[in-house]
Each structure stands twice: as structure tokens, then as C-alpha cells.
Design a protein around this ligand. Structure first.
Ligand code: C5P
Length: 301
């Protein structure tokens, strides 16, 4: 094989319930991931050694060395199968970098699937998903797509049914937010409010049955009432301008507005594709992107 291209979706967390900080530093989660039709593409071609290149949106923010999560994915897969990680991975980015939409995770999942095919390994799907979980909490969902409940630190997935399409606009902020910083701020806010931030002292988070039902029904109106993100206060606290972005989208006709994951991308739910296109047009050119969910997971093109 000479070249393999894999398309991988972004995600929005329509529920992000954050429990306490565990002894390993991660937080217990009950999160509902929804894959959205904004995609990165990862192309793997044979090379002498491991090489990463990138093109597209925000590529200046992406490391092009061994620290890139896609590079780490290729190395982990090669090690597992006793082959050399000799591959050129080219990443075509459309997912915002450090935006709370799992762009880096998408690239890692894409790299795994692309290298598996290029190297003819035929890795079983559950093996790929286990490697994804070692690479990051969001990586397994990038591989499977659709909609899923994530528990543990987000890596333990239960697929969820989605009964219709949901229309979104994603407003991209200048500059990303670091996920660890946002979790740290969430912990700080909890302690400042007189509470504990430790898993031992907080109830385990759980899926919201109303939200799961809204997805199953494909009802945007029901989903609107059930959206939640426990990281939003921390994200807006670190980036106060987001409050204005969320309010602007609501004022311009969105059914609902929330920060996507750890942010700073803001997600707006709309009743229709036309509504999404109209809302996106109210933002500065290039800064807001309509997208439909659910979207499929990592797909060989
Ligand atoms: O798993 P991932 O590498 O994407 O996580 C990045 C960082 O986000 C972790 O190092 C941790 O600081 C934070 N995190 C967390 N709890 C989770 C997921 C991520 O505290 N469930």
C-alpha cells in the first residue's frame, strides 16, 4: 500500500459531569460525547523514520515532533506489533486546535487506523480502542464516533442511540485553552466555594436520563433543556470573553449555547441547517462553523 487516508470527526460533550479528582490526577466523569461533522484527515505514507506534517486551520499551534499525539499513536502501535514506526503522517486540520473538540485525539485515532492499514497489521478493533485509551481520555471516542456515554476518565464507552440529526454552530476563539488548566480551575472553584474537589468526597457522576432520551428522540428542543457542562464556569473564568460569545449566539437565535468540552470553542444548538448557516453568518468570517451530528468515527477513505 502506498497511501492511506482516514477521516476523523470532532466531538462536543452534550453532558460533561465532572466528579472529584482521583489519586491518579484524573477526574471521574460521566460525559455524553456526540461526534460532529467537522473533520481532520490523516494520511499515512511509507517513509524512512517517523515524520509529521500538517496543513489547514491553526497549524502553527501543532507540534510536528514526537510529542504530537498522532506520532505517539504510530509509535505505540508499532511497538505493540513489533514493527518500525516508519511512516509519514500528514494531518489536514479542520478541527480547532486546543479548542475543546478533541482535535488532537482525532488525529491520534486517525493515525492508529491509518498505520494499521498501511502496515497491514489487521489489529482487532478492541485492541485499537485499548491503545486509544492509553493515548488519552477522548481518543477512544474519536475512533468510534456517533454518540456514547463516557465513564471512568471518559475512556470507558457505552454507545448511545441518536434518533435524528442535530444542527450546531461552533464559534472558534483566538488561542486555545489547556485542558489540565481548565480542570485545575474547576477544582479551585470547588475549593473556593467551600467544597471538596476530591473523588473520595464527591458522589460519582451519572448520565442524565433526560439527555439520553433527547438524543434517542432526536429532539433538539429536549436536548436544549438537558445540555450541561461542569467545566464551563472554569473555562469562562479563565477566558471571560466567552460569556459574551455565548450571549451573542443566544441573542442571534440559538436554542442553546455551551462551551465545548474544556473550551474555548463555543457550541450553539440550532433547530435546522438553515438556522445554523444564518447564525454562523453573524460571526466574523471564518470564525464560526456549522456542523451536523451525529458523525461517524474514524473512517478509511
Ligand atoms: O486524557 P488526556 O491526556 O486527554 O487528559 C489531559 C489532561 O486533562 C489530564 O492530564 C488531566 O489534567 C485532565 N483530565 C482530567 N480528568 C479527565 C480527563 C482529563 O483531569 N477525566
Amino acid at each position: 500500500m502506498t497511501a492511506v487516508t482516514v477521516r476523523v470527526p470532532a466531538k462536543v460533550n452534550v453532558q460533561l459531569s465532572v466528579g472529584g479528582r482521583r489519586p491518579d490526577g484524573f477526574h471521574d466523569l460521566a460525559t455524553v460525547f456526540l461526534a460532529v461533522g467537522l473533520y481532520d484527515q490523516v494520511t499515512a505514507t511509507p517513509a524512512d523514520g517517523l515524520r509529521i506534517t500538517a496543513a489547514g486551520r491553526d497549524v502553527a499551534g501543532i507540534p510536528l515532533d514526537a510529542t504530537n499525539l498522532a506520532a505517539r499513536a504510530a509509535v505505540a502501535l508499532a511497538k505493540r506489533y513489533g514493527v518500525e514506526p516508519d511512516v509519514h503522517l500528514h494531518i489536514d486540520k479542520d478541527i480547532p486546535v486546543a479548542g475543546g473538540m478533541a482535535g488532537g485525539s482525532a488525529d491520534a485515532a486517525g493515525a492508529l487506523v491509518a498505520c494499521d492499514a498501511l502496515w497491514g497489521l489487521g489489529a482487532p478493533r478492541n485492541e485499537l480502542i485499548a491503545l486509544c485509551a492509553e493515548l488519552g481520555s477522548d481518543v477512544p471516542f474519536s475512533l468510534v464516533g456517533g454518540a456514547a456515554l463516557g465513564t471512568g476518565r471518559g475512556e470507558i464507552l457505552t454507545p448511545l442511540e441518536v434518533g435524528g440529526e442535530f444542527h450546531w454552530v461552533f464559534a472558534v476563539a483566538e488561542g486555545g485553552l489547556s485542558t489540565p488548566d481548565v480542570y485545575r480551575e474547576c477544582d479551585r472553584l470547588r475549593r473556593a466555594g467551600g467544597g471538596s474537589d476530591l473523588a473520595a468526597n464527591l458522589p460519582a457522576p451519572a448520565a442524565d436520563p433526560a439527555l439520553v432520551a433527547a438524543l434517542r428522540e432526536g429532539s433538539a428542543v429536549a436536548l436544549r433543556a438537558a445540555l450541561s457542562n461542569d467545566l464551563q464556569a472554569a473555562s469562562v473564568g479563565l477566558r471571560p470573553a466567552l460569556a459574551g460569545t455565548l450571549a451573542a449566539g443566544l441573542g442571534a437565535g440559538a436554542l442553546a449555547a455551551l462551551v465545548s468540552g474544556s473550551g474555548p470553542t463555543c457550541a450553539f444548538l440550532l433547530p435546522s441547517a438553515a438556522g445554523a448557516a444564518a447564525l454562523a453568518a453573524t460571526f466574523p468570517p471564518g470564525s464560526a462553523h456549522p456542523a451536523v451530528s451525529p458523525a461517524p468515527g474514524a473512517t478509511l477513505l
